[in-house]
Design a protein around this ligand. Structure first.
Ligand SMILES: Nc1ncnc2c1ncn2[C@@H]1O[C@H](COP(=O)(O)OP(=O)(O)OP(=O)(O)O)[C@@H](O)[C@H]1O
Length: 928
């Protein structure tokens, strides 16, 4: 079928498969290839929409006055002595907070509950977690089962292993802006905290000190006077305490029956030998043996050694931090790039490993609730986003003696700008910061996809000894890899899905590049009697969760998705992955094909190659670039704050982005670089909306200002617009030497007393300047060069992917076992070369580079500039329009109507830029 479809080669893949792979086949014989039908006339919609990154979830609950608001000077009480100090207390703590406590602790946050419910509407967390109902055995695993029974793990031994469930993550690339920690303030009552644990008598609410809190300010002394120096009172909750106590009692009883676990943990702690660890593995997970790399990684981590772990997708990296988390005395902090991934991993924690998470969509109550449990020693594994490390309040928790035994960094390749998925927030995860601020003992970095260059960077910034690199092959041998050229992908996709082996598969993912593509491809499949749904980050979260749930429960066969559906997805029986569009890198290809065959059985991956998608993707990679001129203007604004050093500054993301024609994510990347590059010029604070409009309701503004120092400052710093007061939150914060959060907390209090209401707009990056650069021009040249290197690295990754695919369809001599469009041997060989730095695109001699020029380019640019003389262009802006790339100052909504939009997509971007520069210089010379 493959060969007929694509290359006209009639080899049967059935025989090939058994020759090539030792993996168990899926037990179906390939059907004879049907004759190819005549190609239908189909024109896909040319207006593909580029993937839109998701917005952070909006909370609907109303805020309420926080007891802790503006009380940052109050120190938290000392930790209970039992908590975390005694390594031998671990087992008793595990016993005190086992099964249901795990579930309760993880689900006591309503945001988590919402997430779980949105994934599985039939899941009733209240029923599952609200305790003193007669306890079924192994409650948490059953809870997990109830939540996620759709995705069983077939490789688990049926008898010994409790039936665990994989909720399957919905993953998406969340832009820094979306993931960044927007402070969430208290809202509503305690609805979210339906079970409040009070283990160790530590259930009282308390606030945090923060860096600012220790400084006496006019604002704080005023607050103290007003409150008579009293500390805020904690909130008792007898009902919650009662429930918690009942649960603990029940769990103690249950723990008595599970003594084997405690003994196994104790034995492994005393002697982490292979035998003891395997025993633990059997008892906790029901697995008989460790997979390659797992035991070695666990032993190193348990010995307190920082370790770099590179295992293929689905190889079981999570287990390598879970087992040490049971054994090590302190907390295990897991840094994860996506909220959905965190939730999935949290739900997959074994019953005896209590966990929690801190995420940007939590309310202040939920955040503080998790902190309480953390301080009470009730959490052994805490999942956090990298953005959390911007939050001083979070970092301060660990100054109070809370011991972190291990920081596990999932998807660690995001640290490296040379990786396919660089995340600026990951830049903050440096060993120096982790050790200095969090007193971390050891670090475990995990990834499935890292080139030698990426690995070198990760081990350097995390200070991992070179001996502690554990790396197995990054390819899985149970995947059959096919590549074919396609001039009509829609037709070819349908043919593929209707032929063996895909026709018999229950679960298939089709990956597309653009959101619009996923919609029309899935519609086309449905029109042709294939149950398919699209999935991309432009869909509402509830719709995305619904699609994932239907897919996991095998109610739909095919999901047509963008890259948003992938990372961490652990549905074990996905049998086929089809790339409708070329992935942006070999890393992405491996991640996405890695969704298939996670049960170890033979699975099939097919990639359609078409050069149009390649050019479009390559062109889009130029959308992050910045000119040195724009960079120096931007840096000038960054450091233009009046009071300079020490003052809180803000940059409104949208307007700044438009002004300098630099994408918001890139602005954030540059600011992060200014913080953690060689010289620390600034310190980033959590992002916040800074423009506040204030409405007075009871007391007149002046009278209230006489009583309230913050209102006085607001009036000083406000402009009046339509009778209302509009001010910049950072100006008031600077005036009173407090944080923006404290300004917000105080306004909330006034709001709940009925005095005022207010609205916030203009999300902004907030930072404190620590040092002004001596030479702004040199700095902007450095940063521009760095950004351009990152851009080039991405382009070479795409080129490598294209080169590999192109080689397979045009250059492969089919001598190594490749046949028809089945290219497993040659693809695997190239992937190994790629990850070991021996890759060269010239190997194939087939790489199609974009054109180096066009006879009409210069003339067209001239016409374009003349006919749009009202706008101010840079060479980059002109080149983007010629390539059809939207940018903040020249959005597609306006410019795609232009005659020249995307006309020179196939000409190399730098060539177009040079031509534009030449024309712009001529225009300037003529004074036009
Ligand atoms: N030793 C083992 N024996 C059997 N199954 C295992 C073992 N270790 C892990 N697994 C199972 O393998 C599956 C994949 O594990 P996990 O999700 O940790 O993979 P991963 O390496 O993180 O993959 P990815 O990088 O794709 O997210 C899980 O269902 C897990 O329970």
């Amino acid at each position: 079928m493959y060969s007929q479809l694509v290359d006209g080669d009639s080899d049967s893949e059935g025989s090939l498969i058994s020759d090539i792979s030792a993996s168990p086949p899926r037990g179906r014989s390939p059907s004879p290839p049907p004759p190819p039908p005549p190609p239908p006339e189909h024109r896909p919609n040319p207006k593909h929409t580029a993937t839109v990154k998701p917005k952070p979830p909006k909370s609907k609950a109303k805020p309420k006055l926080a007891a802790s608001a503006c009380t940052a000077a109050v120190s938290p009480p000392p930790l209970p002595s039992a908590a975390l100090s005694d390594p031998h207390g671990l087992v008793s703590r595990i016993a005190a907070a086992p099964a249901l406590v795990t579930a309760t602790s993880t689900v006591s946050s309503s945001s988590f509950r919402r997430l779980v419910q949105s994934r599985n509407p039939s899941f009733d967390p209240a029923a599952a977690f609200s305790a003193p109902t007669p306890a079924p055995t192994l409650a948490p695993t059953e809870i997990a089962t109830a939540a996620t029974a759709q995705c069983p793990a077939p490789d688990a031994p049926p008898q010994t292993r409790p039936k665990r469930v994989h909720p399957n993550s919905v993953s998406e690339v969340v832009p820094p802006a979306a993931e960044a920690e927007q402070p969430k303030r208290p809202r509503g009552g305690a609805e979210g905290n339906f079970v409040r644990l009070n283990i160790n008598g530590y259930g009282r609410r308390r606030t945090f000190r923060n860096a600012q809190a220790r400084r006496p300010t006019k604002y704080r002394s005023w607050r103290r006077q007003r409150h008579g120096g009293a500390k805020p009172q904690g909130r008792g909750d007898e009902e919650g305490d009662f429930v918690a106590e009942a649960m603990i009692e029940r769990e103690k009883k249950r723990a008595g029956g599970d003594g084997g676990v405690l003994e196994a943990v104790e034995a492994a702690r005393e002697d982490p030998s292979e035998q003891n660890l395997e025993n633990l593995l059997r008892i906790i997970y029901g697995y008989n043996s460790f997979r390659e790399g797992q035991l070695e990684a666990i032993q190193k981590v348990v010995a307190g050694e920082s370790t770099m772990l590179v295992l293929p997708t689905g190889a079981g990296k999570s287990l390598c931090y879970q087992v040490p988390a049971m054994i090590l005395p302190g907390l295990t902090l897991v840094v994860s790039p996506l909220l959905s991934l965190m939730v999935d991993q949290l739900m997959k924690l074994p019953a005896f490993l209590p966990g929690g998470f801190l995420a940007s969509n939590q309310t202040s109550d939920e955040f503080h609730e998790t902190l309480q449990r953390l301080r009470g020693g009730e959490i052994k594994v805490l999942f956090v986003s990298p953005e959390r490390f911007l939050n001083e309040e979070f970092l301060l928790i660990f100054r109070d003696g809370l011991q972190i035994s291990l920081v596990a960094i999932d998807e660690a390749h995001c640290i490296s700008e040379w990786s396919h998925n660089f995340r600026p927030s990951y830049l903050r995860l440096r060993a120096s910061l982790l050790r200095r601020k969090l007193n971390v003992q050891s670090i475990l970095a995990m990834t499935a996809t890292a080139t030698t260059q990426t690995l070198e960077e990760i081990v350097t910034v995390l200070e991992i000894p070179s001996d502690n690199l554990i790396k197995t092959s990054q390819i899985r041998d149970n995947l059959q890899l096919f590549i074919s050229m396609s001039n009509n992908r829609l037709k070819d996709l349908l043919l593929l899905l209707k032929a063996s082996p895909f026709v018999d598969m229950k679960s298939i993912i089709v990956y597309c590049k653009f959101q619009g593509e996923t919609d029309y491809v899935s519609k086309y499949l449905c029109d042709n009697n294939i149950t398919a749904k699209s999935y991309h980050s432009g869909l509402l979260m509830k719709n995305r969760n619904r699609v994932q749930e239907l897919f996991c429960s095998n109610k739909i066969r095919v999901v047509v998705a963008t890259v948003a559906f992938g990372m961490g997805l652990d549905k074990s029986d996905v049998e086929g992955v089809i790339h409708y569009s070329l992935p942006e890198s070999l890393e992405e290809y491996i991640q996405e094909t890695g969704r298939a065959g996670r049960d170890g059985r033979l699975s099939y991956c097919h990639l359609f190659l078409d050069s149009t998608t390649f050019y479009k993707s390559r062109s889009l990679l130029h959308s992050d670039g910045v000119d040195e001129y724009a960079m120096s203007k931007f840096l000038f604004q960054v450091f233009s704050c009046e009071n300079s050093v020490g003052c809180i500054c803000s940059l409104v993301k949208e307007s700044t982005s438009r002004k300098f024609d630099i994408k918001e994510e890139v602005l954030f990347t540059v600011l992060t670089q200014l913080e953690i590059g060689g010289q620390q010029y600034l310190r980033l604070l959590p992002q916040f909306s800074v423009t506040c409009t204030l409405y007075f309701h009871k007391t007149s503004p002046q009278l209230l200002a006489d009583k309230d120092v913050l209102v006085r400052s607001v009036l000083d710093k406000s402009e009046t617009k339509g009778g209302h007061f509009v001010f910049d939150m950072t100006k008031v914060a600077n005036d009173l030497s407090i944080t923006v959060n404290e300004v917000f907390d105080h306004l909330q209090q006034l709001k709940f007393s009925g005095e005022i209401s207010f609205e916030l707009k203009d999300p902004a990056c907030i930072y404190v300047i620590l040092k002004k650069p001596d030479d702004l021009n040199a700095l902007s040249a450095d940063i521009t060069r760095w950004l351009s290197e990152v851009e080039n690295s991405k382009i070479s990754k795409l080129d490598a992917m294209f080169d590999l695919a192109n080689f397979a369809v045009k250059g492969c001599q089919r001598t190594d076992g490749c046949s028809g469009s089945q290219h497993t041997p040659c693809i695997q060989k190239k992937i190994i070369q790629y990850f070991s730095k021996n890759y060269s695109t010239s190997d194939s001699g087939q790489c199609t580079q974009p054109q180096r020029g066009s006879p009409f380019l210069q003339a067209d640019i001239k016409v374009f500039l003349k006919s749009n003389s009202f706008a101010k262009f840079t060479p980059r802006a002109v080149a983007r329009i010629m390539h059809g790339i939207s940018s903040p100052a020249f959005p597609s909504a306006t410019w795609s109507k232009n005659h020249f939009w995307g006309r020179y997509l196939e000409v190399d971007f730098p060539v177009v830029m040079e031509a534009a520069k030449a024309e712009l210089v001529k225009l300037v010379g003529k004074g036009e």
